[in-house]
Design a protein. Sequence first.
Length: 367
Amino acid sequence: MRELMLFVPASGPTGSGEYYRCLALARAVRARSPDCECHLLVHREAGVELDPEIPCHLLDDTPTRQTPQVLECIERLEPGLVLFDSAGRLRQLRAARAAGAATVWLSDRPGKRRKGFRWRAMRQLDLHLVAAPGQPQPVLDVRERLMRRLVPATAVEFFSTIAPGADALLAQPWLTSLQVVPGGYLLFVAGGGGYRHDGRPIPELLIDAAGLAHRQCGLPAVVVLGPQYRPGAAGRPAAPVGVQLLDALPTAELGALLACARAAVTGAGSMMVAQGVATGVATVLVPAGGTDQPARIRALSEAGAALAAPLEPPGIAEAVSRLVTEPALAAGLAQAAAATGLRNDVQRVAGLLTRLLDTRRSGRLTE
């Protein structure tokens, strides 16, 4: 059996959080075990960051809708472990198990979590990774505990968030290029940038908000449009006074810029929360993507870990300006985020995957 992990995340032209989560895990696995190959499946039109050391296999759609292509990759690559991140069908799980691979399901929203606790799915899984950001002591519900008793061979592990580790050295070239200093700028980033609101691309709403915020608090602002941003009918807008625009950044460098910002406005995708709120950055969250984001915003704002704002430039600008003019408020958000248990678990989860692969290769897992 090959020492190879295959990551199968949901992906598409508008959303890419699952892909970037898997990319962060693959890089962490490679750092731990340089001899372990890591491969990714991704929608060919996703427009995501690629890593030359981690081969990507292009699909015509998200993996859930591309079973023949997924099965072909499993058969051809002969992986020792396959991780399905919010995507995949029972037939794909069975194929991975039949090929001798350890099988992992990762869920970060209620519907995907329920899918991982279904009888037929659990019987094909070695491990279910359950996202529980902002829950210091997450627990299984009654039905999930029952399923664990019925299928004890399937392990369940909770994690908080997963993202690349923040490395301040990665920010320095960008700080120099943008002519800003740590703690001296605002950062605006929706995430992938592929979603729209009231007919406008969400990154363009953030450009307007950044211009207003600069006028209100005086700090320069940087807007990262995102790899999936496509301009509206009028074309890409010009940057307002005091605002600089970046097309996209590699995830690790984006995390470094976030860590150095005075305050940030971000979408509430799991990756953005992991890179912003979970690392102590004073953050305003906006619903800039999938249907899971409003609930995540509500939970974090109610916990006092972030401010919430609607997708309206004046409201966004007012909220982020408060984080500049009210230092106690900004400090309180970071303290509350830490109290909720928000943290970056990329290294811990990479360790779980590495040990699971080692166990599978040594033949100790029960079929």
